[in-house]
Write a protein that binds this ligand. Sequence first.
Ligand code: ZN
Length: 322
Amino acid sequence: MADPQLLSNVRALVGRQYGRVYAWDEVNAPMIRQWCEVMGVDNPLYTEPAFALGTQHEGLIAPPAMLQVWTMEGLHANNYPPGSTDENPYEVLKEMEAYGYASTVAVNSELSFTRPVRLGEKLYYTTRLDSVGDEKTTALGTGFFVTLVMSHFVEKAGGDEPVGELLFRVFKFRAANAQAPAKVESTPVKVKRSLPGISDDTRFFWEGCDKGQLLIQRCTACQTLRHPPAPVCIECHSFDWDTLQASGRATLYSFVVMHYPEVPPFDYPNPIGLIELEEGVRLIAGLIGIEREQLQIGQRLQVEFQTFDDQLTLPLFRPVEA
Ligand code: ZN
């Protein structure tokens, strides 16, 4: 049963309207063109002025699905134009977190449109906490469906005009297998690393790791190296291959740092590299012995093998002096 105080706090928020968030830029052709390119949309109504002029719209319009794009903050979180609200429409989720409903999963996002938006128009949206359902138990856990509606408008001298809405629903829950920390008495179960699926194509790689060797597949017909392993040479289509033992010297081609969700048994933050071996192929592997702030594209790395749970040996990469 949900805490009555929580229910009362939540009910007090339902229906609340949050202030405006403004668009940085007016609706413009370059953003539309780039969006269409990225999304693979080739409707001339969005990108060819002469064509658009001859339609009922009498000029270019933005693809309706771009509605949310115009008011986005950009690369940096919460970087909204001056005049935008600093209220947090997700405050109800914080309230639930304080009562132990720590997990969030998005369940629906629905766009609806009132009219097309045109070049030169400037948008803003307001958010309404539309509803919070009764406490429900699903396979994920027990919690609440929370629905927010962002109403988008175009600023007009004679009165702003609604152009569309975005409904966004999340399930805010206490995970089914989560135990309250106070109740945990026994030693925690040690979660093991998941094992790779091994096939005839990949077995050599894992057997190499067991022996402390980083093996790369090599086409014996044309000598092309390939990774990840595959049955056929991408260059000459030969099925014949052997392996080359890599030196283990490499550079950091790119990386990500996993922060959330924290999945056992990994340590967080968890840096993962796209590693370029000096032989020329790339592989993905964990990075060790380095802090997030020190990671640099292009830095020199050296392979190091570590065995986990007495059964899985993985190649990891550690920074070395240039
Ligand atoms: Zn080949």
